[in-house]
Each structure stands twice: as C-alpha cells, then as structure tokens.
Write a protein that binds this ligand. Structure first.
Ligand code: MG
Length: 315
C-alpha cells in the first residue's frame, strides 16, 4: 500500500513532467525548460566548431564540451535521418549522459534551388526532419545555407517555403529559423531596375538587400532569424542596425569572430550583447572556424568560452 507521502511525491513528479511537456511552446519564450545551475552562465556551442575532433569520438567529445563549461549545443551533421553514424535516439542519449542539452540543429534540405516543381519534396524533407528533431529534443530547427536567390520572384518563393517549413515545425512545437552568412547582404535589382555598374557598384544602395526581403517576406510567427553576427559584419552590415529595425526577429544568435572571440578587433560583442539582451535574447551559440596556429579546435572552443565567461557584459 502506497503511503500518502509516496503518493504526493509521485504526484509532484507527474506535475513537473506535465509542466515540462506543456512548456514546449511554439515560440521561443524562455530558457526555463533547460536546467540552470546557479551562478553558471548558460553558454551554447555550435558543434560544427569542433569538426573531426568531435566526430572521431562523440561520447568523449561531448563530455569535453561539458567540462569546458558549455550548457547547450546546436547540432550540425544531421542527414539521412541520422546524426552522423548514430540513430537520433542514441545520439541524444550520448549528449544527455554528458550533461549537455541539445537545443537547436542546423539542417539543409537536399537542394538550394527551390522551384514550384520541387517544393513538395522540400516540405516532405522538413516533415521527416521535424519528426527526428522532436526525438532529439530541440527547441529550434535552423536552415543555415541560403537557397539560390537572384530575383525578387526567387525571394518570394523562398519566403513561401520558409513559412511552410515554419508551419510544419510549429505543429510539432519547434520554432523554425534561418541562419545567414554574408551572401544574404547582396543587393538584387527591383523588378525593372537596372543595377549600377563601375568600381563602386556593389556599395551603391540600389535594389533590395536579400536579407531584408527574407525578413519582410516571412511570417514572424513562423520564422525567426538566427543572426550570425560575424557574417553580418562580413556582409558590410551592422548587427545593431538590424536589432534596432527588427527587435523581435533575432531571439537566437551565432557569436562568432574571425578566430577566437574578442581577439580580432572586428566585433563589438559588448554592444551586440547589450542590444540583444534588451531585445530579449533567448539563446546564443559560439562558433569558431579558423583556429590560430598551434591550437586544436577544442583549444579554440575553450578560449571562446573563457572569453564570454569572463566578460561582464555576458549574463
Ligand atoms: Mg554561423
């Protein structure tokens, strides 16, 4: 016979479970469903940063990421309904066992050329990807590569497909987003407009910036933007101007520099964090590609963590 105390304990666990399940909302409202440790900064890592150093031994690598101090990870490498060599359930278990939480994942559909003929296959791709990512436990699913956009009509179709992908993800409680590089800041001519020529043509404010067309053409309830602040600067743009103009569209960021965070002089992370927090930043992921000589990827990933952990402007 169960004592009242045991019954109440069980009930409280059920309530917690119920609340947790209920907290998977279609919007990225908070980080509350991620266990926090008092006094520890919640810093995320895009695992692409580690390349082969992680994929060679995923269980050991995940433990190392947690030991450095990261709390959350954003995946890269999903394909053929697997995470590298692992089934998604097995992969999630490895990450859980390391004490990390998978909060996001970068996924590209098979084609960069969207047409009226192939959109159905892209929607089918997202349906399966969403199914697998429910198992992985993500809150967000992000397309990291730009589909081909040369004209306003291309941009219109891409926005339509993004909205639909967002709808498919939303139905499963996942928020769908788009991650930029620098090519999104290319300008394309307005219909009928003749692009300027000459040595300064690319700096002239003609036509429309592709990124702006994506922001304007997608439904804020279905598509968010994970701004990669480094690539935005590489695209000759100011992240803060975008945060000012679209305060609700960037709940997630990629925090990236030319190499180790804070060392190049190109990026004003203090201003970036200040403005992003004011706008309600929910999550951010460190990303590092080019490592300085005599450093491993893990060394670089640790140096980035230390930079953010020691920066007073990072909460
Ligand atoms: Mg990035």
């Amino acid at each position: 016979m169960e004592t009242k105390r045991e019954f109440l304990k069980k009930l409280s666990l059920m309530t917690v479970g119920g609340l947790m399940a209920g907290s998977i909302a279609p919007v990225i409202a908070s980080t509350k469903n991620i266990p926090t440790v008092a006094g520890k900064k919640m810093i995320g890592l895009q695992i692409y940063s580690l390349g082969k150093e992680l994929t060679d031994n995923v269980p050991a690598g995940m433990k190392k990421i947690a030991e450095i101090g990261y709390s959350t990870i954003e995946l890269a490498g999903y394909g053929n309904r697997k995470m590298g060599q692992y089934e998604v359930d097995a992969y999630r278990k490895i990450v859980d066992d390391a004490g990390l939480k998978i909060t996001s994942s970068h996924v590209n559909p098979a084609t960069r050329n969207f047409t009226r003929e192939n959109v159905a296959s892209i929607y089918e791709f997202w349906k399966l990807a969403v199914e697998d990512h429910v198992k992985l436990g993500v809150r967000t699913l992000v397309q990291p590569m730009m589909p081909s956009i040369e004209t306003h009509d291309d941009a219109k179709l891409v926005c339509e497909v993004f909205n639909k992908a967002g709808e498919i993800a939303k139905a499963a409680g996942i928020k769908w987003g788009y991650h930029n590089h620098n090519m999104e800041f290319k300008r394309i001519a307005k219909p009928g407009e003749k692009p300027p020529t000459g040595p300064f043509a690319s700096f002239m404010p003609f036509g429309d910036v592709i990124y702006d067309l994506l922001l304007a053409g997608t439904d804020p309830n279905l598509v968010f933007f994970e701004m990669d602040v480094y690539w935005t600067v590489m695209g000759q743009n100011d992240p803060l101007e975008y945060f000012e103009k679209y305060p609700t569209r960037f709940p997630v960021l990629h925090i990236k520099d030319r190499s180790v965070l804070g060392q190049s002089g190109m990026m004003n992370f203090e201003n970036i964090f200040k403005k992003a927090y004011a706008n309600g930043l929910v999550e951010y992921y460190v990303e590092i590609e080019k490592i300085k000589a005599n450093m491993t990827q893990f060394d670089g990933v640790k140096a980035c963590f230390d930079y953010l952990n020691n920066s007073a402007f990072v909460k």
